[in-house]
Design a protein around this ligand. Structure first.
Ligand code: MG
Length: 116
């Protein structure tokens, strides 16, 4: 199986859009609004379920497949939006992880009140 990367997803989305002549519709604003719609579809899966355990052990296979589809819709829209905006999403995300680590430093051993 082909290894999945943001670059591969970006290329697949570019090909998909080009084959359908959809470039004219893929403006940043349209893509953002579409992604928000997909986040809504993802949210609907969790709506009214109460808290859900990690790994969703109580969900049947069809629900898990549906979850994977909606997560993918959000990711593919985000990848496409980033591409259309000229943002290298992988690079930007790695930088953001570093910024978050500076903003929220991990506690040192002396700050850790859970250990004796
Ligand atoms: Mg969807």
């Amino acid at each position: 199986m082909e290894e999945v990367s943001l670059e591969l997803l970006k290329k697949k989305m570019q090909d998909f859009v080009k084959e359908r002549d959809w470039e004219k519709y893929h403006t940043p604003r349209n893509l953002l609004l579409n992604m928000i719609g997909e986040v809504g579809e993802l949210s609907e899966i969790f709506q009214w379920k109460g808290e859900v355990a990690k790994g969703v052990p109580d969900w049947d296979e069809a629900e898990k497949v549906h979850l994977g589809e909606e997560l993918s819709d959000v990711l593919l829209n985000l990848v496409r939006l980033s591409d259309v905006c000229g943002i290298d999403l992988g690079k930007a995300a790695l930088r953001k992880v570093q910024l978050n680590a500076l903003k929220y430093p991990a506690p040192t051993k002396t700050d850790d009140h859970t250990s004796a």
